[in-house]
Design a protein around this ligand. Structure first.
Ligand SMILES: [Zn+2]
Length: 361
């Protein structure tokens, strides 16, 4: 009984927050879009933005529930939205609560260590399916492919009441593989007959797999890591779905909020993160060595000396110091002249080699 009471209190708070945060307005717009399309879908998807501080202030129980049980908290919103749609007749085509899929998107997480998931740490905690934030560099990515966002199943026994309607709706959950959503061995809960998918109702979404790595790795590769502690130099699989597909670019550093999961693929289990939000990190100023700073202060009396010395010694492994100075100065200047445009589409590379195959690659 007390659980029912808590749930109904949370539902009430969820509705109040939706109204106050402007989320209700967006929800009504989304409903109108579905309603205007006149099309019947297996799943109606809604994205609800959550500011954890605001919601915790309004109702601590709900705030806590969203942060620590996001999948169950989405069910609270699912029933709130269903009641709203039914009472206000927002989407005529919608039949059951199971057809509503809610994606909760926190604007940020409390800046506390327990919400940080380091990609460099081992072991990786993927067992608690709650929100974490993480930071890393995207180093590889796949193309955008399709996945099943939702599907409708029907009982194969014609006399069974669930051979019609929208009783069996399966929706993708964080960390679930395709086979968890769509498979051919589901059975009817009422008559135990096999269920069959109604293919014309399958809802497809976009999916992109990105490999991320902790930024600490860059320091290790540059050779000036004096960090004595051991850390994990391994990439992490990150799932970007739907509106987040194509939100990352190779080489950029991102802050992500997501839910860790373990994906079982045959005999192999991969720890991964289902991302809810992606934020580009501003590039931090590059590391300048002490020798370099010393050189700058020693040559401060002339505005040309520092540049001249740099051009003189630049690429000394390739051409003897003192030769091709004008060319080397031009190359140096062009390398300095970067990072003006944020999100620039190019990557500056200077390659000196006799092997043209390497450059081609
Ligand atoms: Zn049945």
């Amino acid at each position: 009984y007390s659980n029912i009471l808590i749930n109904s209190k949370m539902r009430e708070a969820a509705l109040v927050y939706l109204d106050r945060s402007g989320g209700l307005q967006k929800f009504l717009q989304d409903c109108r879009k579905y309603s205007d399309s006149k099309q019947s879908y297996a799943v109606y998807r809604f994205i609800i933005s959550i500011n954890p501080s605001d919601i915790a202030e309004l109702d601590a129980t709900l705030g806590n529930y969203i942060l620590h049980n996001p999948i169950q908290a989405a069910q609270i919103y699912q029933s709130v939205c269903f009641i709203a749609i039914k009472t206000l007749s927002l989407i005529e085509q919608l039949q059951t609560e199971a057809q509503i899929s809610i994606l909760l998107k926190p604007t940020h997480l409390p800046p506390l260590p327990s919400y940080v998931l380091s990609l460099a740490e081992f072991p990786f905690n993927y067992t608690s399916q709650r929100f974490y934030m993480s930071e890393g560099i995207a180093i590889a990515m796949g193309i955008v492919t399709k996945y099943t966002q939702g599907a409708r199943f029907l009982c194969t026994e014609e006399t069974c009441q669930f051979s019609k309607g929208f009783r069996y709706i399966r929706v993708h959950l964080p960390g679930a593989t395709e086979s968890a959503t769509v498979r051919n061995d589901f059975v009817c809960g009422l008559c135990s007959s096999p269920l069959q998918e109604d293919m014309k109702f399958r809802v497809l979404g976009d999916k992109q797999i990105v490999e991320m790595i902790d930024a600490k790795v860059l320091n290790a590769l540059k050779g000036y890591s004096n960090d004595k502690s051991h850390f994990r130099i391994q990439t992490f699989t990150v799932f970007l779905r739907d509106e987040l597909a194509n939100k990352m670019k190779i080489g950029n550093r991102y802050k992500i909020i997501g839910i860790p999961a373990c994906v079982q693929n045959g005999f192999q289990a991969t720890a991964c993160i289902e991302v809810n939000s992606v934020q580009l990190c501003k590039p931090s100023p590059s590391f300048v060595s002490d020798n370099f700073k010393d050189l700058l202060s020693l040559t401060a009396n002339s505005c040309w000396r520092f540049t001249a010395i740099l051009a003189n010694i630049f690429a000394s492994q390739v051409v003897p110091p003192g030769t091709y100075n004008t060319l080397k100065l031009a190359i140096l200047l062009s390398l300095v002249q970067t990072c003006e445009k944020e999100n620039a589409d190019y990557l500056d590379l200077l390659i000196v080699t006799t092997d043209t195959l390497v450059i081609d690659r």
